[in-house]
Design a protein around this ligand. Sequence first.
Ligand code: ATP
Ligand code: MG
Length: 573
Amino acid sequence: MRFSQLLLPTLKETPAEAEVVSHKLMLRAGFIRKLASGIYCYLPLGLKSIRKVEQIVREEMNNAGAQELLLPMVQPADLWQESGRWHKYGAELLRFTDRHQRESCLGPTHEEVITDLVRKNIHSYRSLPLNLYQIQTKFRDEIRPRFGLMRGREFIMKDGYSFDATEKGAEETYEKMKYAYHRIFTRCGLSFRAVEADSGTIGGSFSHEFMVLAATGEDTIVICKECSYAANMEKARAMETPAPQAEEELPLTKVETPGKRKVQAVCEFLAISPANLVKTLIYMADGKPVAVLLRGDHEVQEVKLQNLLGATEVRLTDDKETFDSTGTPSGYLGPVGLSLPLVADLEVTKMANFTVGANEKNFHLQNVNIGRDFTPARTADLRMVTKADRCPVCGGQLELTRGIEVGHIFKLGTTYSEALKATFLDDQGKEIPFVMGCYGIGVSRAVAAAIEQNHDKDGIIFPLPIAPFQVMLLNLSTQDEAISKAAESLYADFTTNGIEVLFDDRDERPGIKFKDADLIGIPFRVMVGNNLTKEGKIEIRERAGSRTTAVPFEEATSRLKQMIESAMKNCQL
Ligand code: ATP
Ligand code: MG
């Protein structure tokens, strides 16, 4: 492809609308242009990169036994009413009415449509397992579309759905998909981790998110420095601290703590450590108040709380609600004598002679003990893991780091097949629902994530497998006939040899070409300039490195092929 003929509108300045690096660079490098909030045009270079990710996804999904199909983007409301999601999904679902007054929506995901397709066409266990996927534009009316392709309203997703006859079969399919995802992201040249994610009511370890590791990621993930344990914050567990030595229970005492409401203020005032205080937080779980007990230096993980309570929504109450449901101003709450359901984090159960609010303004209680002074209705792991915790698997040191979610695999079980009455006859002739799984990849987000992970102050540093081109060929002297001729012949030679090349044949100064090459981030740069006239050599430079290698003109193609091959090897399994 010739730069001079390509729609490649690079920008010198960073557009003000862009906040994160990938968004800035994708705009500057002429990969995307915004049409409306969260809706982008993919320009030729951006699309090339997206297509490369798609191709890797396609190959690996096919290898894993999945079949590609393409489902409609417009979906009838009836199906969503049947699954119960027409009302549950909320405002992210873009709904509209057609000329016949039929209600429809734009597909944000396709569980309903695929389940409908399968229930109408598959009737026997003999046709199972079945694994289907598509690569398609999705629409989600995100409340805060931002960061360019990272969180668009319209974006490209690979979504896959599996149908198995048994739980065991579904679990095997899940493992196959997990392996396929490892291959996909490795082949994309990305540094990533599969992390355990919350799977709601489905037990076991059957939800994983694939996170591209990047300091700018929206998600915090916990990884063990010593073993392969990794989880997102919603799911992350810590090794339980050992049960303390039995401590003699001291007499309960009430102390005055005038105006001391915050953990830190109370602890300083009483000269105790936050690890010796239990805080009491009032949450609304589907509109009903519950008191959550937590060690002073810990934080609630709301998804864990929600799962424990089986609630669809939990939220911390404000000061007024707290007062209304307890009769005590917040800051002085405690479990002793509190007439609300009490749930305690596991770590609280290890404490003795601790401090709590006295359920009276300006007072706290000290030397409180579980059993003697109060009894929680339930205890569970309810807290956020911290970097001071140890790995729950090996006891190793945990690290909190940031990632960008590019994929999500999930065992659905029979939630959708039951709701939509999607059943088949098993080998005993019994009619039972399909056991399903779903598997998403944010294709357009993956390209943005790759840039978030791989860039420097000058621009993008594309991983080779998903770069729009492998090589950028620069004619550094378009006025010089010999140089131009040599550059043209290299362009032809590279193309014949299957090297994907972007040829900067523009009549521009070398400085401008270098800047654009750095910005666009194509992995190999071949420069044809004065060195050719002087020594018969061209120069090759890797975008990721700092070295420039002079290579005899005749050897350019073979050297480049070697370099590409060896770089691709790094992204293979
Ligand atoms: P998030 O928590 O980021 O909103 P999600 O849980 O809604 O993601 P899924 O429904 O699992 O995402 O979708 C599958 C994949 O699609 C995600 O892993 C992500 O990579 C991608 N994705 C989801 N929402 C968007 C979006 N608004 N823009 C671009 N990619 C997205
Ligand atoms: Mg979402």
